[in-house]
Design a protein around this ligand. Structure first.
Ligand code: SF4
Length: 321
């Protein structure tokens, strides 16, 4: 079985104080236009089949006078999602303990990429103050201490070595053994965007298959391994599943991080995978194993969404609109 989450992405703001070298998502903070509630409602209405609402935000500095309003918007959008019968999953960069605890009452799961360990990442993040290894590991630790079902991942193919990858995966394995909250590790190939977009070469695919196998060996078995299906040549996706991928993540109509790589529809994925014996199953943003961590009110929302996904496959499998 391979799972996926019918998802819609809301971007509270593209404004970000970091400037990661590879980023085509951010705009400078002073040019950012925050997402208004009417637009958010429209975007939710346009994707009635999306059970997950991914709140993917640029980062505001912790000491900024605009931080409070930014955080209030994250909570407001989370509440909007819940009120519409959806499940918010926030990925908005490092949060204080208080902020993370407050969002965890509204978000069944949250996420933050570790990205990686080693000099290749240090170079890419030299203008990104929140992307230090210590900061990211501290966030994963904090989420564990708070009992938040959490998604993290590695950005691959940016010049890191196999030893760097193995060290990053070992750090995640230690965190999972300590706290048990890591529900997914995304193994995300870095891809050039815009006119430079190109499919993964055969060499890159072989390299990634090795990382997937390494991740399956190093991470505890309950941790799902995820890869975005639009970043693989479709015909090669089964090889990634054979190597250990068992989740395709949230699938929206477009990938806001890599817009040059079109998302395959669930129907196309099903047609590809079913003849090979893979059953494609929709899921909520929080995998079943982690439901016991949820506050009871939030758990009821999740159970309701899961029932809808299970009882109304036509809805869960509705074509992207
Ligand atoms: S933190 Fe995220 S949004 Fe900000 S510059 Fe880096 S990749 Fe872009």
């Amino acid at each position: 079985m391979v799972t996926w989450s019918p998802s819609v992405t809301l971007v509270p703001t593209h404004g970000c104080f970091n400037a990661c070298d590879y980023c085509s998502f951010r705009v400078p903070l002073d040019q950012a236009v925050p997402l208004g509630l009417p637009e958010a409602k429209e975007q939710l209405m346009a994707r009635p089949s999306a059970a997950e609402v991914l709140l993917l935000s640029g980062e505001v500095p912790p000491d900024s006078p605009t931080r409070k309003a930014w955080f209030a918007r994250l909570r407001q959008l989370s509440r909007l999602a819940l009120a519409r019968g959806r499940l918010p999953h926030t990925n908005a960069g490092p949060l204080s303990r208080h902020e993370m605890a407050a969002l965890a009452r509204l978000n069944p799961s949250m996420g933050l990429m570790l990205e990686g360990v080693g000099p290749a990442y240090d170079a890419l993040h030299r203008r990104a103050p929140s992307k230090t290894l210590a900061m990211r590991l501290g966030q994963l630790e904090q989420a564990g201490r708070l009992g938040v079902p959490f998604t993290t991942g590695l950005l691959l193919g940016v010049g890191e070595t196999m030893a760097d990858r193995s060290r990053a995966l070992e750090l995640l394995a230690v965190l999972q053994r300590r706290w048990g909250h890591l529900q997914e590790v995304i193994l995300q190939p870095w891809r050039p965007d815009g006119e430079a977009a190109r499919p993964l070469s055969a060499l890159e695919q072989r390299d990634l298959l090795e990382v997937i196998a390494m991740a399956r060996e190093l991470l505890p078995p309950e941790v799902h391994l995820q890869t975005p299906p639009n970043l693989w040549p479709l015909a090669q996706l089964p090889a990634a599943l054979e190597a250990g991928i068992n989740d395709l993540g949230g699938i929206d109509c477009v990938d806001v991080i890599n817009p040059a790589y079109p998302q395959p529809t669930p129907e196309v994925l099903r047609q590809l995978l079913a003849p090979l014996g893979w059953r494609l199953e929709p899921r909520t943003c929080v995998h079943h194993h982690w439901w016991p961590l949820l506050p009871s009110a939030l758990k009821r929302h999740v159970e309701q969404c899961a029932r809808l996904l299970a009882s109304d496959p036509a809805q869960a499998h509705a074509p992207h609109t």
